[in-house]
Structures are given as C-alpha cells and as structure tokens.
Design a protein around this ligand. Sequence first.
Ligand code: GDP
Length: 449
Amino acid sequence: MDTIASVATALGASGIAIIRISGENAKNVLNRVFVPKSGKPMKNRYLTYGNAVLNGNPLDECMAVFMPAPHTYTTEDVAEIQCHGGSVTANAVLSAVLQSGARLAEPGEFTKRAFLGGRIDLSQAESVMDLISARTQEAARSGLRQMKGFLSKRIHALQSRLLDTIAYLEAFLDYPDEDIEDLTADKARAEVLAVQSELQSALKNAKAGKMLNNGVRIVLCGSPNTGKSSLLNALLREQRAIVTDVPGTTRDVLREQLNLNGLPVQLIDTAGLRQSPDTVERIGIDLARQEVDSADVVLLVLDGTREPDTEEKSLILRENLPLVIALNKSDLKTVLHVKQLSELYPGARIVVTSAKCGNGVEELRETLYETALHGASPEDAYLTNERHIEAARNAVKSLDAALSALSTLTLDCAALDLRNAWETLGSITGENTTEDVIDRIFAKFCLGK
Ligand code: GDP
C-alpha cells in the first residue's frame, strides 16, 4: 500500500507535535527528511536525536523513530517524527514528508490499515474513536475495554455456539433419522434460546452503554423554594445556581455538566412547575415542560416540611421515564414520609436529603447513577455503538425465525436462519462487512488516527 502521513497530535501551540508516516516507503521518506545528529544509521524502535530537513535546509530539531512491520499500529513500516509543537513547525515538517514520497492520510486511515492488516477488528477500530472522544473516565474505560477486544470476545463466543448448533443441525440433515428429529430440534432450541437471551440482556443494557458514552440528561424539577438550586449546588459542590428565599428565582433553564461517578451528566434545572401570572416565569415553565419530556431521568425535589401541593401530586411523566425524588429539608421538622410518597409516586426511588447540611447528597448521587444506567454495571453495557446495537437486534430477529422453524421441525430453514444470525453478529467485528460500510465508519475518524 502507498505511504501515508499526517500530524497525529492536535494542531496548535503545544510542546511537541508528532508526524506519523506509514507504508512500505516509510523508511525512505524518513531518511530524506530526518538527519541524525550522530551521523550514524538509526536503530529500529529507538528514538534518535537529529534535524528535520527539506532539500538540505534544517526545519527543526527533532526526535525520530522507525518501527518495522509487522509489529506496529498499522502492521506496516511506521516512522514518527517528534518536532516542536505549533502548527507552523508541524506543518513545515509534514510538508517536507509529503514532498519526499508520502501522501496526506485520510481521516482514520491509520486505524483502517490496522483493521485491514488484521491487527484489530472493526469493533476495536470503532472503540479507538470512542476512546479519543471520551468525555469522562467511565466512557474512556468502556472504549479501552472494547479496544482490548472485550466486545469481540463476547460476540465470537456467541457465534461459536451458533456455529456448533448449525453443524449439529446440518449433520442431522445429511443423515436424517425421524426417531431423533424431536430430540435434535429440542437440543438446538435450548442452545438458540441461551444465545438469544444473552443478546437480549446485552440489548437491555445497551441504553446504559449509550449513556456511558453520550451522557445522561437529568432534569431537576419541583415547586419553587423546595431547594432545587441548593441541591444542584450540593451535587456540583460549588455555588453556581442562585439561591434565595423568594419563590420563583430560578427563571431560566440552567444547564450544568456533572461527572456522576464517571458518567457524563447534563443536569438541567428548570423553573418551578407553579402556574404563574408572571410572563417571564411562565415562559420558564413551558421550557421546563419540554425539558422534562426529553429527559433520561427526572429528579423531583419535594420540601419535606409540607404536604405536596396539587401540582406536585399531578406530575405526569412519559411512560417508563425513571423518577428519582429528593425528599429535601430533612434537617427541619418534616411532615412528609417515604412510605406515603412511594404510594403517591409508584416506582419512584426516594432519597431523604438536606441540601443545607449535605445529608443524603452522596446517596442521591448513587441513586441517580444507578437509575440512569438502569442498574447495569459498565461491564454489562458492552453494546455502546448504534451499529452494533442494530446488528444485535437483527440477530435476535433471525434467532426468532430459527425458533419458529425449529418448532415446526423445518430444520433446514432453522439452519439457514441461524446462519443469518451468525453472519449478522459477524458484521459487528467486521468479518463480512462491505467496503462502503467500512469507508463510512472510518470517515468519522479524526485526522492522524
Ligand atoms: P428552589 O427555588 O427550589 O431552587 O430553592 P432554593 O435552593 O433557592 O432554596 C430555597 C430556600 O430553601 C433557601 O432559603 C435555601 O437556603 C433553603 N433550603 C434549601 N434546601 C434546604 C434544606 O435542605 N434545609 C433547609 N433548612 N433549608 C433549605
């Protein structure tokens, strides 16, 4: 394959910039643009000090390394030049590299070569991108787990079970024996059900996976003066929302980024749900309604020192929208109790808090985290990517078809459906993915990766 090059680090003022070169001509290109200070030939995989040059003129003082194929990121010959940071120097060295026999790499082309070279599969390549764009530690951990092949291993295990079942059915079809037909179908059914159930549970946790990567929208709502802003501040551990004794101060929708035990959260503080004659506040209330409708989790703050008012009692949420209630002001004399609330809001998780003293705030964090992830642990949430989720859904459908075929003893159809499921799962790791799908995936990558 031809030789490609790109700046691998972010352009802009920085200590160093790395220019990466990959392909069969990488060594020649490096020898043209890099002159070791020692005058001796470079030793493979060792950093060497020297000058980047163009037509004999020095461009910068650099360090460079040459790594021969196949044990490199792309599986090809790779060279890297570490020059001074800043776009001018990095671009000058890149330009010298491009004039010496390399062409500019397309976005994701280095990783695409790693995939084409068989060093990583497609899901691992995609996780490189997830890792780079991770906004919190948990998202990065999830990217890293997948890059190390966590998802691929689970998919391969399921594929291997399907393949065994296909072989088993085909053996029967080659040497049919009516006496054992029922038995064969039963054995296959048990195996298909087991694979399907693992996929279904992975799909159930996929929402959690997406949240780990993309973040969660938690909408804070409740009547004025219940302590929403104070609680928001306690969760953020800093004073940003305005806290006053006058009901209805939080007029605008306020958004805060929160790192909830590694989960990226956008916490949205809405205006009170109270009907108000004040136009500005009414606009706030309309906005609040929209925010609640598009939330992943709603956090309702109630004032424990008084009974819920009519509006608080009539809070209507979208079906299946998880609700967490903070029963606030627990440091004062309270009249509201958890038992009474769980009857009023069935299915809600209730935490007793005091924004003022900080009691219950940690528990509230934990509860929000668990509710957002639907109780799944990050390890269970290994389906994070929309493409993988779609493939898993389609595989479940093929397994459904296989189960129906098994129940009518059309074992040849069942074998065919199982093969479909096996192939669909294979598309996750890129075993039978078409070139345009591959191109589309890598086009989303950033330059230099
Ligand atoms: P919001 O209108 O719902 O955002 O409520 P604020 O956060 O502005 O709080 C309203 C008032 O209640 C302020 O005087 C807060 O200091 C007070 N407050 C909030 N949380 C608590 C709490 O847990 N205990 C006590 N005693 N007062 C609180």
